[in-house]
Design a binder for this molecule. Structure first.
Ligand code: DON
Length: 567
């Protein structure tokens, strides 16, 4: 009897393993009590340790945000900003906007010369490109509203990592070496600005950052004042002034993150909880999902001509809306309800045909390549109580503006490039805009970040998000339709090849193997211009399976250091 029972347990385990193998699910990514998915294994470890100490998902998010600033300095940050979307165990949702702001002294034409032409690179590299950072204030607010553990406990892991040093992964050593020259050129104190400029980095070498350790200690001991005033503010303002930038003590002192109602909409039998403006992410995602519902995507197989053609046509219209209507809601009125109303969307998509491609260039001109990069970072966390948090945070470009605060050891963002610096002129992601996203003092620049949580039948179903600039929205969109329309398992949703289109330029970007040769021919016959791109997006997913277990699905295929760790 006992032997039979043991045998049946062994057989069930074997079947579970075999089944997970077949479904591309690693059984070690399934957890009962909590899971943290980030772009770096050390940050995922930090988050999980906090959960194990009795912290909730929000505590873990704070610890992860600071840890990423140490272990993933090209995107993890204290010198940037981001958004968090939250769903508590009770089912309440809210979002936190810790997006950077334009400095008080900024003005609409600040990146144009006397003839009104854009000065090349000024909004992307160097001290003038920097927006007032929001991440530290955001984390303070997140902790004050939802934290269980002490602030000190949440800061300590990042401080320890900065002091003891981290072993550089191949990815990070290569990136530092690739950007070293540019980083050192930009800084006011060339070649003596920081740890980056002294030598080539080796894989496995220990990277210690004493300056950053001290900044983090000040944040640990003084909270927001440890960053926005005192010694850290002195260092930031001195760095900015030496490089002729605009940020002042008053900018730092007055920065405030904002709690905003999450943007909530229905799609099929799901409730989508996402980020409202100043991100375009939530609105664009809900428009696209409504399109998938209107055209009943589930009729088609993934990767078919119909699936790809319809996605591209929807994306073209949604990104055109983005360029025209979206901006910081505290500075312009964003017609959210109209843009998401059923009538509007049915009408907006009504001229999509299976046998014709619409032409973006006829609507508005513009021609810039989408830059392939992974400089933003996304992390998803669920705890044992069922609290969920989805955070996308960024410096914008790789190592942001490339400016590293001398004596502070951290990079400053180049988020000013997310404004429309001149109507119709594309930013580094090829995105164009107009008045709604023009520069104004203290305004927040429009974002594409789309941290999202999905509920099904009143229960938590998925936590998701991605970096990738303009491709964030379409990556999150595809991930969700993979799950809902095509019923893929969580890891397959992430692994599936992705495409991207954004109105301008009038192209379809496709990961290698995303489009089969015959579908490609069909799309080209209609006039679609297809351009291969090695990677689009980098999801960090958590899904809840039928047994109520947490399935972590990192995008390790596209980014080796990503990891789901839990317990
Ligand atoms: O807020 C935005 O939309 C951009 N600053 C995000 C940049 C980004 O995702 C870069 N990398 N992958």
């Amino acid at each position: 009897m006992k032997l039979n029972k043991t045998l049946s347990v062994i057989i069930s385990l074997f079947l579970l393993l075999a089944c997970n193998q077949k479904n591309n699910l690693k059984s070690d990514n399934i957890f009962k009590n909590g899971v943290v998915v980030t772009a770096h294994y050390l940050a995922s470890e930090v988050g999980t340790d906090i959960l194990k100490q009795g912290g909730n998902a929000f505590d873990a998010a704070v610890a992860v945000q600071f840890a990423l600033a140490v272990v993933y300095p090209r995107a993890g940050n204290i010198g940037g900003g981001g958004f968090a979307v939250i769903r508590t165990a009770k089912g309440e949702s809210i979002s936190l906007d810790f997006r950077e702001k334009a400095p008080k002294a900024s003005f609409e034409d600040m990146y144009l010369d006397s003839l009104g032409n854009v000065i090349d690179g000024l909004s992307q590299t160097g001290h003038l490109a920097v927006g007032v950072p929001g991440s530290v204030d955001g984390m303070v607010n997140l902790h004050q509203k939802y934290g269980k553990l002490t602030w000190t406990k949440l800061l300590q892991p990042a401080i320890d990592l900065a002091r003891e040093g981290i072993k550089l992964s191949k990815l990070e050593a290569d990136k530092l070496n690739a950007y070293r020259e540019r980083i050192c050129e930009v800084n006011s104190d060339k070649y003596d600005c920081c740890y980056v400029c002294q030598k080539d980095f080796q894989v496995g070498e220990l990277l210690v950052n004493k300056d950053l350790e001290e900044v983090l200690i000040r944040i640990r001991d003084k909270g927001r004042d440890g960053f926005y005033s005192g010694k850290t503010a002195d260092l930031i303002v001195e760095e900015i002034q030496n490089g002729n930038g605009l940020i002042t003590y008053a900018d730092l002192k007055d920065y405030k993150s904002i709690w905003r109602p999450a943007l909530v909409g229905n799609y099929r039998d799901c409730k989508i909880i996402s980020m409202p403006p100043p991100s375009s992410g939530g609105i664009a995602l809900l428009q696209l999902l409504k399109g998938a519902e209107i055209f009943d995507f589930q009729k088609y197989s993934p990767g078919s001509f119909e699936h790809i053609h319809l996605m591209v046509e929807l994306e073209r219209r949604v990104y055109a809306d983005r360029a025209t209507w979206l901006g910081d809601p505290d500075y312009c009125s964003v017609p959210v309800n109209k843009l998401l109303s059923e009538d509007y969307l049915v009408n907006r998509f009504s001229n999509i045909g299976m046998d014709k491609k619409s032409n973006s260039q006829e609507i508005k001109a513009g021609n810039v390549e989408v830059i392939e990069s992974f400089e933003t970072t996304h992390f998803s966390i669920v705890d044992k109580w069922g609290n969920a948090v989805s955070v996308t945070t960024t410096l914008n470009g790789n190592y942001g503006s490339k400016v590293i605060v001398k004596g502070g050891g951290f990079f400053l963002n180049n988020e000013m490039d997310d404004f429309s610096i001149k109507p119709g002129v594309p930013n580094q992601f090829g995105l164009v805009g107009g008045k709604a996203n023009a520069i104004e003092p203290e305004k927040r620049m429009l974002s594409s970040m789309t941290p999202t949580i999905i509920e099904k039948n009143g229960k938590l179903f998925m936590v998701t998000g991605s970096p990738g600039g303009s491709t964030i929205i379409t990556s999150v969109f595809q991930n969700i339709i993979n799950a809902v329309e095509f019923k893929m398992n969580p890891q397959d949703c992430v692994n599936a090849p992705r495409i991207h289109s954004q109105w301008l330029p009038d192209k379809v970007y496709a990961e290698i193997d995303a489009i089969s040769p015959s579908v490609k021919r069909g799309l080209q016959d209609l006039g679609h211009v297809i351009q291969e791109q090695s990677r689009i997006g980098m999801m960090a997913n958590i899904a809840i399976n039928g047994d109520g277990l947490l399935v972590g699905a990192p995008d390790t295929l596209r980014h080796k250091d990503s990891r789901a760790i839990g317990y």
